[in-house]
Write a protein that binds this ligand. Structure first.
Ligand code: AMP
Length: 214
């Protein structure tokens, strides 16, 4: 089993890059944010538990996240290659992931830190649009769909994530600095951190990441 992680602030382009890497490689994309949004939409107990945290831009409790990731990994195969997006987000999650992988005789192979200047992040998040049908990610000016508000891939309607509103975005960036940024040091010390300039276009950032993928 192989495991890589996409680390970076909200709006750094984790989902977009993950999609580019997924189509070019055998990596399986695991986005805890997507899993939670699916659970909220379906009204499952996990979704009900997560909803208020997500709306406020706060982190969902570690135990909830570790449960859904654990359940997902339990369905996998020994030679799967996983690309985590938006997970881990706390030191506790990072340590739990290490312990889970160790039991499977695996470890975190590489952590790609997506570096983007803050003003770029804010503009990306406020212009971001998501497909209701397939979850594809667009941006009103940077990655516009061919037909306004319609997904190129599945024809679904595009919407703005409720947590992409200006007020929640600022809180999410603060939460990133307070709870997630310490993971940069954690993985740097392990010697697995790889920096990617993600302030460029999705194509350039994806190409840079693919060139650095071991
Ligand atoms: P994302 O799509 O990765 O930006 O995640 C959207 C929201 O889901 C976050 O603002 C959190 O509320 C929640 N979330 C996603 N992944 C995690 C995680 N690993 N730990 C805690 N909360 C998470």
């Amino acid at each position: 089993m192989k495991a890589i992680i996409l680390l970076g602030a909200p709006g750094a382009g984790k989902g977009t890059l993950a999609e580019g890497v997924r189509t070019a490689t055998e990596y399986i994309h695991i986005s805890t944010g997507d899993m939670l949004r699916t659970a909220v939409k379906a009204g499952t107990p996990t979704g009900l538990e997560a909803k208020s945290y997500m709306e406020a831009g706060e982190l969902v409790p570690d135990e909830v996240i570790l449960r859904i990731v654990g359940e997902r990994l339990a369905q996998g195969n020994p030679d799967d290659k996983y690309m985590f997006d938006g997970f881990p987000r706390t030191l506790e999650q990072a340590r739990a992931l290490d312990a889970t992988l160790e039991k499977l005789s695996a470890a975190v192979n590489q952590v790609f830190l997506l570096e983007v200047p803050t003003p770029v992040i804010v503009s990306r998040l406020s212009g971001r649009r998501i497909c209701k049908g397939c979850g594809a990610v667009y941006h009103v000016t940077n990655i516009p769909p061919k037909v306004a508000d319609v997904c190129d891939q599945c024809g679904g309607a595009l919407y703005q994530r409720p947590d992409d509103s200006e007020e929640t975005v600022l809180n999410r960036l603060e939460v990133y600095e307070r709870q997630t940024a310490s993971l940069i040091d954690f993985y740097d010390r392990k010697g697995v951190l790889v920096r990617v300039n993600a302030g460029t276009t999705p194509q350039e950032a994806t190409a840079e990441m693919l060139s650095k993928l071991a």
